[in-house]
Design a protein around this ligand. Structure first.
Ligand code: A3P
Length: 298
């Protein structure tokens, strides 16, 4: 099958599934081609929402705030189900109002979302912080898809053979950016991790307006408090953070999500050489995109 295990001469191990020249997470369900077809055909009900992120971009944070707004409760919703990792028939049986999540690049999202029948929330984060957060996350898992040093992980992150879903951060971001520009029918709200840190309440308000949910300020201020890093971390440490799905990764399936939650940690951890390498690859791969990440990126 498509499962690939690569071990380099330093003993670093990378495991992923390969399909049509792209790398997908080893957690992707079954045969990648069949699963992608199932994902594409996911049916849509009114008010469905699809949360789309590259891993480590603030998925849990946005999922929980958007879910509170969607359901008009302050309940912690834990870890979202990643549709490409699940039986789509079971996913489709979820009761409304539904919020799905995917790490897939734009070309693979459900047709209904591409055609504007399903609202999309997309989150972008500075790739340098994403890279380090991802490395720390993978290092803490049992049965991880990556075992090794950060120096090597950075090389993996900068290449197209990554542990993520469908390609590198660069490919993922470019495809999303192009998808947004060229598909006028999309119903999409695009958020940035760094902006959430700066203006959380404004972002919460934007989500409420985008979802078309009645909102009074008191409730939205309560959401703002409920999704603070400390509050989410505390809830995640309870049984609410456990999942059946990720039991094999340790800690009763509780993913090591709430680590630091800051902007610009890369400045403390990248060596000068690592930073220069990263910048060179960024310029080479993103130079033609015209995506202004400069403020948050530096
Ligand atoms: P760090 O590893 O840099 O701390 P995802 O949910 O996509 O896996 O993203 C995880 C990252 O989002 C982690 O980053 C985590 O700490 C951060 N995060 C989660 N909730 C947060 C919050 N309420 N405020 C700030 N950052 C948060």
């Amino acid at each position: 099958m498509e499962l690939v295990e690569k071990i380099d001469d330093q003993g670093n191990t990378l495991i992923f599934k390969r399909y049509q020249g792209r790398t997908f997470s080893k957690n992707m369900r079954g045969n990648v081609g069949d699963q992608l077809k199932q994902v594409a055909s996911l049916s849509c009900r009114p008010h469905d929402v699809l949360l789309c992120t590259f891993p480590k971009s603030g998925t849990h944070w946005v999922y929980n705030m958007a879910r509170m707004i969607q359901t008009k409760t302050l309940r912690y919703s834990g870890t979202p189900v990643i549709i490409e990792q699940e039986n789509i028939k079971v996913v489709d049986e979820t009761s409304s109002p539904r919020m799905f999540h995917t790490h897939l690049p734009f070309p693979f999202i459900p047709k209904a979302a591409m055609e504007g029948q399903m609202k999309i929330i997309y989150v972008l984060r500075n790739p340098k912080d994403v890279a380090y957060s991802y490395y720390m996350f993978l290092s803490r898992l049992e049965n991880s898809s990556y075992i090794g040093s950060f120096d090597h992980y950075q090389k993996v992150f900068l290449s197209e053979e990554t542990t993520a879903s469908g390609g590198s951060w660069f490919t993922h971001t470019k495809e999303w950016y192009t998808g947004m520009l060229t598909n006028q029918s999309l119903k999409i709200l695009s958020l940035r991790f760094e902006d959430l840190k700066k203006n959380l309440y404004q972002n919460i308000l934007q989500i409420a307006e985008f979802l078309g949910v009645d909102h009074d300020e008191t409730f939205l201020r309560n959401v703002e408090r409920a999704v603070s890093f400390e509050n989410l971390k505390e809830k995640h440490a309870t049984i609410l953070g456990e999942t059946e799905r990720y039991k094999s990764l340790g800690d009763n399936g509780r993913l090591p999500i709430y680590r630091k939650g800051i902007v610009g940690e890369w400045k403390n951890v990248f060596t000068v050489a690592q930073n220069e390498t990263f910048d060179a690859v960024y310029r080479e791969k993103m130079g033609d995109v015209g995506l202004n990440l400069e403020v948050e990126y530096e």
